[in-house]
Design a protein around this ligand. Structure first.
Ligand code: SF4
Length: 483
């Protein structure tokens, strides 16, 4: 029998729920994002002489477990690592236990926001993990694979110390220089780019992908989990980013990119430089990004539009100024409205990101948000069900603001696990549906979707193909409203 290969690692993106439920998961159908963090770690390790592969259970839920077992039996990696959100953590722990059964001697680790937030508290309760990794993973995974016995000296690791206590070695400082990283190993994602899909009507052309060009955000919003990259803001230079886009285009035929950064325009100079590069050497690609309203103005928007900016997402969260000022800095709903109009005037689509169910939310505050939404010329809408993640500032005292069912497996922003004081779950669900109905009933929005026949034909094709699932979901939502 061949020996375990200590230089090889399987990196796993767990599904988070039963594979059989994946067939009807509308969110999965509408939006399947590549696990970019794992792809980044894989390329970093390979450049340093390790062997790394990726198993994306989210992309292939029905065959993932079989693939996992076959991989372990055939290639006998010394390591298996998981990247978990709160909702996928328990599934990650289950798969780690399975890996130990199939291949005794394999070493396991887990990273991601859930682990970065709860650290030592998790190790004792989840013995399937030998190590927990806090913060960004590239160098930490590499050093751990090099010298696991020396883990006490590797920043960013939670391990069992000699006295039998879970110990955290501290944060890795400073963060890695992002321009020194190789591009993510997209080629290790089976079927990339076709397997992965941006949300319907959120792109003009396919194939497309998400891409990350910065890490962190310097703001503090009460509901936001920033336990992995914390309050730093580091970014790729414009020159690196241009090369990255060029690579995506030439190697994979990508025609549209969604920048998955928290604050794409936070460093204005690099965006100006990127626009200049894209103007002097066009790549014929379009892109989306997310910004904070105070970090765009007419000039930069014009520049971005000229080089292919197609849609901008804005975290609006609520149309109730009083509620919002409890949860984020610099609240000015009039300014936000002006910025939405400015983006639209430039010819860029706007996606409004709202949230329902924050502490302090009431029926009246949600109705104010809905009225605010109606007053804005936004094109796309996303309403999240507020979920108090362990890494968010609200988490610590959440029980004093309402009732919280801390069921990690259900904490995916698709259900209300937290109910603000004075409200019920049924009320929140009803208001949530009212939010979407108000948006979709507007004549302007309906015409907008008709126009997508021309501007995003691939989206329409997907919509028609999956029409059955969407109708089932809509019917289910309606029947919940009637209950
Ligand atoms: S919600 Fe946005 S602006 Fe607020 S801390 Fe999170 S990433 Fe930053």
């Amino acid at each position: 029998m061949s020996k375990i290969n200590q230089r090889r690692v399987l990196l796993v993106h767990p599904l988070g729920y039963q594979a059989s439920a994946a067939k009807t998961d509308i969110a999965r159908k509408a939006n399947l994002m590549p696990p970019l963090g794992l792809a980044g770690i894989a390329s970093y390790l390979e450049v340093r002489g390790k062997k790394a592969d990726i198993l994306d259970c989210f992309a292939f839920p029905l065959t993932a477990e079989r693939r996992l077992k076959t991989y372990l039996e055939m290639l006998k990696p010394g390591w298996i690592g998981f990247s978990c959100t709160t909702s996928s953590f328990l599934d990650g722990a289950r798969l780690a236990a399975l890996a130990k059964e199939v291949l005794p001697g394999i070493q396991t680790f887990c990273g991601g926001p859930h682990v970065s937030a709860l650290r030592e508290k998790l190790l004792a309760d989840y013995p399937a993990f030998d190590f927990l990794l806090v913060g960004e993973g590239e160098e930490t995974v590499f050093q751990l694979m090099e010298e696991p016995k020396n883990c006490a000296k590797i920043p960013g690791v939670v391990f069992w110390n000699a006295t039998g206590k879970a110990e955290f070695t501290g944060f890795r400082e400073p963060g890695i220089e992002l321009d020194s990283l190789p591009f993510p190993a997209y080629e290790k994602l089976i079927g990339f780019p076709k397997t992965y899909r941006l949300p319907i009507f959120n792109y003009p052309k396919a194939p497309n992908t998400s891409c990350i060009s910065s890490r962190g955000c310097p703001y503090i919003c009460s509901y936001c989990d920033r336990s992995v990259f914390r309050r730093t803001f580091r970014f790729n230079s414009a020159a690196y980013l241009y090369r990255h886009l060029e690579y995506l285009k030439h190697r994979f035929g990508i025609r549209h990119v969604n920048f998955y950064d928290d604050q794409f325009t936070f460093n204005r100079k690099r965006i100006e430089e990127l626009c200049q590069l894209l103007q002097s050497r066009p790549l014929d690609m379009t892109f989306n990004c997310a910004v904070r309203a105070e970090h765009v103005d007419g000039t930069i928007l014009e520049m971005m539009k000229k080089v292919g900016c197609w849609m901008i997402s804005l975290g609006i969260e609520s149309g109730d100024a009083e509620l919002l000022s409890r949860h984020r800095q610099k609240v000015d709903l009039d300014f936000m409205a002006e910025q939405v109009k400015l983006i639209k005037k430039t010819g860029i689509r706007v996606k409004g990101l709202f949230m329902v169910g924050l502490p302090g939310e009431t029926t009246a505050s949600v109705r104010r948000s809905i009225a605010y939404l109606k007053s804005l010329p936004i094109d796309e809408l996303n309403v999240a069900k507020f979920t108090p993640f362990p890494g968010s500032p609200l988490y610590e005292n959440i029980h004093s603001f309402g009732s919280f069912n801390e069921n990690w497996g259900k904490m995916d922003c698709m259900s209300f696990q937290f109910i603000p004081e004075g409200m019920t779950s049924a009320e929140l669900e009803e208001l949530f549906i009212e939010f979407y109905k108000t948006h979709f009933k507007q004549r302007r929005i309906l015409l907008n979707y008709v126009a997508m026949l021309k501007h995003s034909p691939d989206s329409w094709l997907r919509f028609v193909t999956d029409l059955g699932s969407f109708l089932r979901f809509a019917r289910h939502s309606d029947s919940r409203m009637l209950k």
